[in-house]
Each structure stands twice: as C-alpha cells, then as structure tokens.
Design a protein around this ligand. Structure first.
Ligand SMILES: Nc1ncnc2c1ncn2[C@@H]1O[C@H](COP(=O)(O)OP(=O)(O)O)[C@@H](O)[C@H]1O
Ligand SMILES: [Mg+2]
Length: 276
C-alpha cells in the first residue's frame, strides 16, 4: 500500500508547491507511480502540473464534500507524468462546509483508501495555514515533509506546526511521523542561511534532509510553463536537487523497510530471532 506524504508549513512561499510538484516528477522519473493532491485553493500545484485550474471538472472540494468518488476526480497530468487530484478556489468552500460534519478531519483519509494501492506515493500539497484542509492532510498522511526557507523567521511557527502534528497524531492518526525537514531556496553565500541551517541540524539532527534545494531561477520559471523543472530544464541545478531529494527519500525508505523485515528474514534463514 502506498505511503502518503503531506508537504506542510503554514508559512506561504517557503517552497511547498515547488517541492510537491518536483518531488512527484522526480519520483516518476525513477519509475514510481505517484498521485499529487492539490489541497490549496490557490491551485498552484494544479497549474504547475500543466492543468488549468479553471477548466478542471472536479476538485478536492467535490471529494471532501462527498459529491464525487475519488476515481472521478483524479486526472492524469500528461506533461508532468503523474496523476493529479486538482485544486482551485472551490476548496475554500470545502473548508467552511466541513465544519458541520462529524468526520471532518477524516474525509481525505477515507477517500484515499480507495486508490492507495494504485500508487507508491501520494504527495499532498497543503495550503499555507493550519486549517481543516491541512488537518485532513495530516490525518491521512504517514509522514510530514516540512520545507523551510532558511531566513530570520524560519523557525517561528515551527513549534505551532509540530504541536498540530502531535495533536493529529493523538486524536486521529497514531502513525503520523515527521518525515523530514527540507532546506529550500538556499543561498550558501548568505551567513544567516548558514546559521539557520546549523540550528535546524542541531534541533532536528537526521530529520533534516541532506539534500539542500538551492535558489534557482529555473525552479521559479517552470510553473509558468506548466511543467516540473525536470521537463523544463533537466540540466538545471534545481532539477538536479529535486532528483537528489527523490533519491534520498527512496534510500531512507528502502533502509527503513529492510530494517522492518530483518527479523522475518532471519527466521526464514533458520537463525534465531533476536530479542531485546
Ligand atoms: N528553490 C527555489 N529557487 C527559486 N525560486 C523558488 C524556489 N522554490 C520556490 N521558488 C519560488 O518561490 C515562490 C514560492 O514557492 P512555492 O513553492 O509556491 O511556495 P509555497 O507553496 O510554500 O507557498 C514561487 O514563486 C516559486 O516559484
Ligand atoms: Mg503553495
């Protein structure tokens, strides 16, 4: 069954959408089947995947409200190479309408169970707030990826996000883990960026991805052409960085899965399982 990854940070403009779109495209490049869920009413991930948010027949709104089955909302983003659950300004209404429902936190989680076997990874691009849509993403997810722009206020708000993650873990989703913190739009010539980066590593250790996403103009240009950077300029530093992130993500999960299977394998080999 596919994993679900929520790309979240309640700050706007930190690289959530850029990361969602380009991690999705980079994983497709490695042969993985990916679904990208655009849960932001701005619809940037939809546009950046080459789909016109004004022309899509249905969005996450129809799904969350129960107007449509998930299979009828998902489209194929041909240019990007992955499947897309589109989003647009209709999602603002979902946020309001969900408030009256008892199962409001679990709407996305329930819907995704129908397609989870069809994908190796489902990536959710979250809105820039800790609203009910973000709570739906966290309730559905196995992991949270937090993009962080290494600037003065970067760490402000991080504790509120981690608290929300804790609350969702306790109330709805015990499986939820912080998957990793990703340094985005990084400029190594900037002393402040280096200071913030050092602080992140001190506080979060291995949870900070080794891959750093540099500031790269090709990453900013690609969405206006409706494509991930990999298809816009494969030779760019931005494309290389997101391919590296995809590689790091896959390696982390491969070693976690191998570790989880280890005792089983040992038993098959006739060895004594280790007890701790
Ligand atoms: N690494 C980067 N280098 C240059 N521009 C970037 C980079 N990452 C994101 N951007 C640009 O910064 C803006 C905000 O990024 P975006 O991914 O939309 O953030 P969010 O989804 O968190 O609001 C966008 O215009 C995007 O194209
Ligand atoms: Mg965004």
């Amino acid at each position: 069954m596919g994993k679900i990854l929520a790309v979240t940070n309640q700050k706007g403009g930190v690289g959530k959408t850029t990361t969602s779109v380009n991690l999705a495209a980079s994983l497709v490049e490695t042969g993985r089947r990916i679904l990208l869920v655009d849960l932001d009413a701005q619809g940037n991930a939809t546009m950046g995947s080459g789909c016109n948010k004004h022309e899509v027949a249905r969005t996450g709104y129809d799904l969350l409200i129960g107007h449509a089955d998930i299979q009828d909302v998902i489209i194929h983003a041909t240019e990007a190479g992955y499947d897309l659950l589109p989003g647009n300004s209709d999602l603002t209404a979902a946020e309001v309408e969900l408030m009256n429902r008892d199962d409001r936190e679990r709407r996305l989680r329930s819907a995704l169970t129908y397609v989870q076997n069809d994908y190796e990874l489902i990536i959710i691009d979250c809105p820039p707030s800790l609203n009910m849509l973000t709570v739906n993403a966290l309730a559905a997810a196995h992991g949270v990826l937090i993009p962080i722009q290494c600037e003065y206020y970067a760490l402000e708000g991080l504790s509120a996000l981690l608290e929300t993650v804790d609350q969702v873990r306790q109330a709805v989703n015990p499986e939820l883990e912080i998957e990793g913190l990703l340094r985005t739009m990084y400029d190594a010539r900037n002393n402040l960026a280096n200071d913030v980066s050092a602080q992140l590593q001190e506080h979060f250790g291995d949870k900070v991805y080794r891959t750093i996403i540099p500031r790269n103009v090709r990453l900013a240009e690609a969405p206006s052409h409706g494509m991930p950077v990999l298809h816009y300029d494969k030779a760019s530093r931005g494309a290389a960085a997101y391919l590296a992130l995809a590689g790091e993500y896959l390696r982390r999960h491969a070693s976690a899965e191998a570790a989880a299977q280890e005792p089983v394998r040992a038993q098959h080999d006739g060895a004594q399982p280790t007890h701790f």
